[in-house]
Design a protein around this ligand. Structure first.
Ligand SMILES: [Zn+2]
Length: 104
């Protein structure tokens, strides 16, 4: 029987691998290798599920085509009345409110 690894160690290893994969995914987009970028995001998501960790907060990717969203390269960012609108090249649009900043 395989030796059980404590959950916190699994999480640590998972986080490490996810951070490597997200970095590689961003590099792949910069190099124009969208196919690779998609595969990296796919793997990172699979690891997140298995290791019960979360994707890094600052890493944003399209939920539809799994490409990392990089403003200025493959993603369009606009401010539309209280919301940040990020549009992916595949047509998917995500809106995030920025209420906190508005209240100031
Ligand atoms: Zn997309």
């Amino acid at each position: 029987m395989a030796k059980r690894i404590p959950r916190k160690d699994v999480r640590k290893i998972g986080d490490e691998r996810v951070s490597i994969l997200t970095r590689l995914a961003c590099e792949a987009v910069r190099d124009g290798r969208d196919d690779r970028a998609r595969r990296y995001v796919e793997l990172a998501r699979a690891i997140c599920g298995k290791a019960q960790t979360e994707m890094p907060r600052d890493f944003r990717y399209c939920k539809k085509c799994l490409l990392p969203m990089m403003p200025g390269i493959n993603c369009r960012v606009r401010l539309t009345g209280g919301k940040i609108t990020s549009g992916c090249a595949c047509g998917e649009v995500r809106r995030m409110p920025y209420l906190k900043e508005q209240r100031k």
